[in-house]
Design a protein around this ligand. Sequence first.
Ligand SMILES: CC(C)(COP(=O)(O)OP(=O)(O)OC[C@H]1O[C@@H](n2cnc3c(N)ncnc32)[C@H](O)[C@@H]1OP(=O)(O)O)[C@@H](O)C(=O)NCCC(=O)NCCS
Length: 198
Amino acid sequence: MNANRKLPWDWHDGQIPENVFVDNDAYVETSFSFHLYRAERERAVEIRRGASTYLGTMFDVGPAGRVTLGEFALVHGARIICDQEIIIGDYALISWNVVLMDTHRLSTNPVERRRELENVPLRKQRFLSNQCVPCPIHIERNVWIGFDSCVLPGVTIGEGSIIGARSVVAESIPPFSVAAGNPARVIRKIDNHESQTD
Ligand SMILES: CC(C)(COP(=O)(O)OP(=O)(O)OC[C@H]1O[C@@H](n2cnc3c(N)ncnc32)[C@H](O)[C@@H]1OP(=O)(O)O)[C@@H](O)C(=O)NCCC(=O)NCCS
């Protein structure tokens, strides 16, 4: 990233927002990943040493949201919807089309949803506002999340665990487990010899 916060290789004519920290040894493929970004906190996104985000990754971070991408973590085209906190641990691998959401954003009440939709055209930026209480997501170190999966608010995925492709993770998954399906259930544990993560 150069002094004016542009990426020299970027196809999109954009900048990395001021309150995003990108380590010198981290990689962000395109500033388009911040097209939906509205975060206002200091260091609202931290992309640490050796971490990478590739095409298709979207940081849909609301004003109070905070996202941390740990060392050598790799996000290959996920949508990160964050109104409170999403922590992605060191060496985590998030495959394409994964959705991590710490908020459902819209109310389950149809009257409130309708009111919100009527307000969208009145806003300068036609974003939906958050109608829900967010609940943090924690993806611990060495986790691998398979493609097209969805991780819902309040979920922790324990160290070293694997989430199968196209899973919906509605409840926390213990460490060193393989979980899959909708809703995701543990299908096996990972043996000690497979779980040396240091
Ligand atoms: C989760 C995964 C790693 C499991 O691999 P595995 O341990 O070899 O498991 P198996 O293939 O032996 O399957 C075990 C059981 O889980 C089921 N299962 C496996 N993956 C599943 C999935 N994604 N969704 C639902 N069920 C799944 C199998 O059908 C099988 O069920 P059964 O015991 O009733 O026959 C693998 O299936 C997967 O989804 N990998 C993701 C790959 C990916 O996203 N790659 C992107 C590149 S970054």
